[in-house]
Write a protein that binds this ligand. Structure first.
Ligand SMILES: C[S@@+](CC[C@H](N)C(=O)[O-])C[C@H]1O[C@@H](n2cnc3c(N)ncnc32)[C@H](O)[C@@H]1O
Length: 258
């Protein structure tokens, strides 16, 4: 485990009762993912996906990052912690607290920020994408943008479109959950805007998009297992895996084991 992941997971375990799912990954090897015990949603990115962000940040040293979809702060705390160690200056998150644990999750995200000593660079804001993006951005451009809010069509495309004005020539946009309807459509929209998109086989699959040819080459070097234009997954495949987990979750709850 890398030092940031160790810090974030240890602190989160102290602050909240955490449940694990997809222990070995959902679509590809990876995981586990986390959620707050007693709530089905929100679900965090996998530990493997944190490590993927870690690799990216160590190599490219983004200074400013904007994240849509914060939940209980797992990915943002990790990203901010690694960025802090590599010269990063700001991470802004936007979440409307609409999913599952909502406000409870947001409170944990804020505690995690404080406990990890990240308050200087990590600012969690309450609001909805796309309408609150202009009032919550703090800069003209972001080096790294992570879109992990509501996974629906055309919401993810709206998230992207609202963030396009904050993309400079060297911005990297990251999408999570290639298997959910809405994400591939947003990736197609990014391609129309001149982004090249690298699909990386993590637990829930991530897509890294950039318009800069040199950065594109660097992304390909950082993620040698990445594929451009992988095409759409059969949505049914991901949903079948997901449904299996959801049924198990509700059965466990009925039996008092979750
Ligand atoms: C998949 S979770 C984010 C997980 C988080 N990135 C992590 O790995 O720790 C999605 C989050 O997006 C938030 N959300 C849903 N719709 C939103 C919207 N329109 N604007 C902002 N946040 C939204 C939900 O409240 C939820 O917390």
């Amino acid at each position: 485990m890398d030092e940031s992941l160790d810090r974030v997971t240890t602190t989160l375990d102290r602050l909240a009762d955490i449940g694990f799912l997809w222990h070995e990954g959902l679509l590809n090897r990876g995981g586990p993912h986390r959620r707050l015990k007693g709530f089905h949603y929100p679900i965090s990115i996998g530990e493997d996906e944190c490590r993927v962000f870690g690799k990216l940040i160590e190599a490219l040293k983004p200074e400013h990052c904007y994240i849509v979809g914060n939940a209980f702060g797992f990915s943002s705390a990790y990203i901010a912690d690694v960025m802090k160690r590599h010269g990063g200056q700001s991470v802004v998150t936007l979440d409307n607290q609409s999913e599952g644990a909502g406000q409870v999750a947001a409170k944990i995200a804020d505690q995690l920020t404080q406990e990890l000593g990240l308050a200087e660079i990590l600012r969690n804001k309450k609001g909805s994408s796309p309408q609150d993006i202009p009032s919550t951005t703090e800069r003209e451009h972001y080096d790294l943008i992570f879109i992990d809010g509501l996974h629906r069509h055309p919401q993810v495309t709206h998230d992207l479109e609202a963030l396009l004005p904050y993309c400079g020539p060297k911005t990297i946009v990251v999408f999570h959950d290639s298997w959910i309807i809405g994400v591939p459509e947003a990736v197609d929209r990014a391609k129309q805007e001149g982004f090249r998109c690298l699909w990386v086989p993590t637990s829930c699959e991530m897509i890294f998009a950039t318009r800069d040819p040199e950065l594109w080459q660097r992304l390909c070097n950082i993620f040698p297992d990445g594929i451009e234009d992988r095409g759409k997954r059969n949505y049914l495949y991901g949903w079948t895996l997901y449904a299996r987990e959801t049924v198990t979750y509700h059965l466990k709850r009925m039996l008092g084991r979750e």
